[in-house]
Design a protein around this ligand. Structure first.
Ligand code: AMP
Length: 566
C-alpha cells in the first residue's frame, strides 16, 4: 500500500522519533521541518523495517534514510561491527555527496563514513576500510571489487541502502547489485529509493526487500480545480552558478515583487546577504526571526515596499499577497505539493504570475512531477547570456532616452551639443551622451558567463554524463574533464587575469573569430596566467584554428586542448 504524505504535517523531527542530538544537528543546518519523504520514511526505518520509496534527488531522501540509520547504528554501542551500513549509489559524484551528507548528519553521534568509488586509487580506500568505518557509501562496481579482495566484508552488515536504484540498473549494475545483496546477511534491513518504479525495480525489490513499507510522495494530492494563470519557467544551472543565474534572471525579468524560496534558514540568510551585496534589495523571512521582524517584512511586501523577499516554506506558509508577481524556487522543492504551494503565491486575483525554478541539471526529472501536478508545461529556458543582459540594459537606456526626447524641454542642453558639433560628428556626440547615461544607470558590471547546461534528456534518465562512475568491466572511460557539460571539450588559452582577460573577452573572441554563438561557450575559468574554456567538442577544432590566427586583447596567445589530468 502506498502511503500518502500529508502537507500540513507540522510534525517536527523529534516527533518522528529522532533523538535530541540529531534534532539539534538539523536545527544547526537550518532545516525547519521534515520533507514529505522524511516524514514517511524515518519512523518505519527507526523501527528497523524495510522501505521502498519513490523519490528523486532534491526530495531530502538522503536525510530520510541516513538519519534513522545512523541513529540505529549509534544504538549498537561503541564496539559495533564495522562497517554496519552499506549505501550503494550509481555515481562517484553521488557517492561523495551522500557520504558528505551522512557525515554531517551522523557526526554528533560519532558515526564515521567513507565513500569508495571507481576511478579513485585503491590505496586510500583500503586504508580507510582497514581503520574501520561505520558507513560505506559506494558505487556498485568498486564495492564488488573490494568484496572480492575481501577488503570489504559484508557479513556483519545490518543495513543496505540502494539509492537511485533505477539509475544503477540503467547503468548496467544489475548483476553487481544482485551479487552484493546476495552476499549480505539475510536478516539485514534494506532500503530502496528510486525516482521511477519500473518492473525491473519491482523485481529487484521483490527478491531483496522484505515486507517493505512503500512510500510514494503523493502526486495527486494537489490542485483541486485549476491553477491560476502562471507562466512556469525553469533554468538548468550547475550549483556553482546558481547565484549568478538568479541575479541575471532578476536583472532581465525586472520583477516588481518577488518571493524567492530556499530550503533552509541558513540558505535564506546567506542568499539575502549575497543578493544585497550585489545591489538587489533583498530581505530575509524565516522561522528563526522574531514574530515582529517577520511581520515587518510581510507588511513591507504587502505595501509594495519590499521588492525581493527570500523565505523558507514554513515562514511563507499562508502568505497571501496580491502584489507578488514572481516566485522563484532557488532550490527545487522537496515534493510536488510544495511546488504547487510555492507557485500558488502568485497569479492571484486574476493577475498573471511567473514561477521560476533553478534546478541543477541532474534534478531535471523532478520538473516532470511538477508538470504533472500542475497539469501545465514548464518551459526549460537558457539562462540569459552576458550579451542578453547587455542588450536588456541598453534597451532600458534607449527607453529612458526616448522618454526624455518625447518630454522635450531640452533647450538648456542643446548649446552643449551645438558647441561639440563644431568639433565632432553629431552621431558621435549623441553616442557619447548615451554611453554616459548608460554607464551611470546600468553600471559596468563585470559579468561572468554562466555555462549552458545540457537540455534534459528523455529516457533513459541519467545524471550529467561526467558524474557517472564507470560500470564494471569497462576499460578506462573517456576523459572526464572537459566533457562535464555533455560533449564539451576544455581548451587552454595562454592568457589570464594578469593579461586583463575577462570572461566576456573570451566569449567575444570565440564567438567572433570562430563564428559560433556565445551560448555555445561553456564554463570559463580564468587563472592568473591562463584560462580554461569549455566549447562543444564538435566545434573545438574550428575554435582552435580560428583563435590561433587571432589576437585576444591585442595579443597572440597559445590555444590548445587542455590535456592536464583533471
Ligand atoms: P537530497 O534529496 O537528499 O539530495 O537533498 C536535497 C537537499 O535538501 C540537500 O541540500 C539537503 O541538505 C536539503 N534538505 C534535506 N532535508 C531537508 C529539510 N528537512 N529541510 C530543508 N532542507 C533539507
Amino acid at each position: 500500500m502506498a502511503r500518502k504524505t500529508s502537507e500540513q504535517g507540522g510534525q517536527d523531527f523529534a516527533s518522528l522519533g529522532l533523538q535530541e542530538k540529531l534534532v539539534q544537528t538539523l536545527q544547526s543546518l537550518g532545516y525547519e521541518e521534515p520533507t514529505p519523504i522524511q516524514r514517511e520514511a524515518i519512523p518505519p526505518l527507526l523501527e528497523g523495517k524495510d522501505v521502498v520509496g519513490q523519490a528523486a534527488t532534491g526530495t531530502g531522501k538522503t536525510a530520510a534514510f541516513a538519519l534513522p540509520l545512523v541513529q540505529r547504528l549509534a544504538g549498537l554501542g561503541e564496539d559495533r561491527p564495522q562497517p554496519s551500513v552499506l549505501v550503494l549509489v550509481p555515481t562517484r559524484e553521488l557517492a561523495m555527496q551522500v557520504a558528505e551528507a551522512t557525515h554531517r548528519y551522523g557526526r554528533s553521534l560519532g558515526v564515521t563514513v567513507l565513500p569508495i568509488y571507481g576511478g579513485q586509487a585503491f590505496g586510500p580506500q583500503l586504508r580507510g576500510l582497514e581503520r574501520g568505518v561505520d558507513v560505506v557509501v559506494a558505487t556498485p562496481g568498486r564495492a564488488l571489487d573490494h568484496i572480492r579482495r575481501q577488503t570489504l566484508q559484508l557479513d556483519k552488515i545490518s543495513a543496505v541502502v540502494l539509492d537511485e536504484a533505477d539509475e544503477m540498473l540503467d547503468m548496467g549494475f544489475a548483476e553487481d547489485l544482485e551479487a552484493i545483496l546476495s552476499q549480505s546477511p539475510a536478516e539485514r534491513q534494506t532500503v530502496l529509493f528510486s525516482a521511477t518504479l519500473p518492473p525491473r525495480i519491482a523485481a529487484l525489490a521483490k527478491n531483496h526487500v522484505k515486507d517493505p513499507v512503500r512510500i510514494l510522495v503523493a502526486r495527486e494530492a494537489v490542485a483541486k480545480g485549476s491553477l491560476p494563470r502562471i507562466r512556469q519557467t525553469a533554468y538548468l544551472v550547475p550549483r556553482a552558478y546558481k547565484l549568478s543565474a538568479l541575479s541575471r534572471v532578476l536583472d532581465v525579468e525586472n520583477p516588481t515583487s518577488t518571493l524567492v524560496f530556499c530550503r533552509t534558514r541558513t540558505e535564506v540568510d546567506q542568499l539575502a546577504e549575497t543578493l544585497a551585496a550585489r545591489g538587489h534589495r533583498a530581505e530575509a523571512l524565516h522561522g528563526g526571526m522574531s514574530q515582529e521582524q517577520r511581520s515587518r517584512v510581510i507588511k513591507r511586501l504587502r505595501a509594495g515596499a519590499a521588492e525581493l523577499v527570500i523565505a523558507t516554506d514554513v515562514a511563507a506558509r499562508g502568505l497571501d499577497i496580491e502584489q507578488l508577481t514572481h516566485v522563484v524556487n532557488y532550490d527545487v522543492p522537496s515534493a510536488p505539493e510544495a511546488y504547487v504551494h510555492r507557485i500558488g503565491r502568485v497569479g492571484r486575483a486574476g493577475k498573471e504570475g511567473v514561477a521560476i525554478t533553478l534546478a541543477e541539471p541532474r534534478e531535471h526529472r523532478l520538473l516532470r512531477n511538477f508538470e504533472y501536478a500542475t497539469k501545465q508545461k514548464i518551459m526549460v529556458e537558457q539562462i540569459p547570456t552576458v550579451s542578453d543582459l547587455r542588450a536588456k540594459r541598453l534597451e532600458l537606456t534607449r527607453t529612458a532616452l526616448r522618454e526624455t526626447l518625447l518630454a522635450g524641454n531640452l533647450d538648456g542642453f542643446q548649446v552643449v551639443v551645438e558647441s561639440l558639433a563644431e568639433e565632432f560628428d553629431c552621431m558621435d556626440v549623441a553616442a557619447a551622451a548615451v554611453k554616459l547615461v548608460h554607464q551611470a544607470n546600468a553600471g559596468e558590471n563585470d559579468e561572468e558567463e554562466i555555462p549552458v547546461a545540457p537540455p534534459p534528456r528523455e529516457r533513459p534518465p541519467r545524471s550529467a554524463p561526467g558524474d557517472r562512475a564507470e560500470p564494471r568491466g569497462s576499460k578506462k572511460g573517456p576523459r572526464r574533464q572537459g566533457d562535464r557539460m555533455g560533449g564539451m571539450t576544455r581548451l587552454y588559452i595562454g592568457a589570464g587575469r594578469q593579461a586583463g582577460i575577462r570572461p566576456q573577452d573570451l566569449v567575444g573572441a570565440i564567438a567572433g573569430e570562430a563564428g559560433i554563438s556565445g551560448r555555445d561557450v561553456g564554463a570559463i575559468d580564468i587563472a592568473d596566467r591562463f584560462s580554461l574554456v569549455e566549447v562543444p567538442e564538435n566545434l573545438a577544432g574550428a575554435v582552435i584554428q580560428a583563435l590561433r590566427g587571432a589576437t585576444i586583447k591585442g595579443k597572440k596567445v597559445t590555444v590548445r586542448r587542455d590535456n592536464r589530468e583533471g
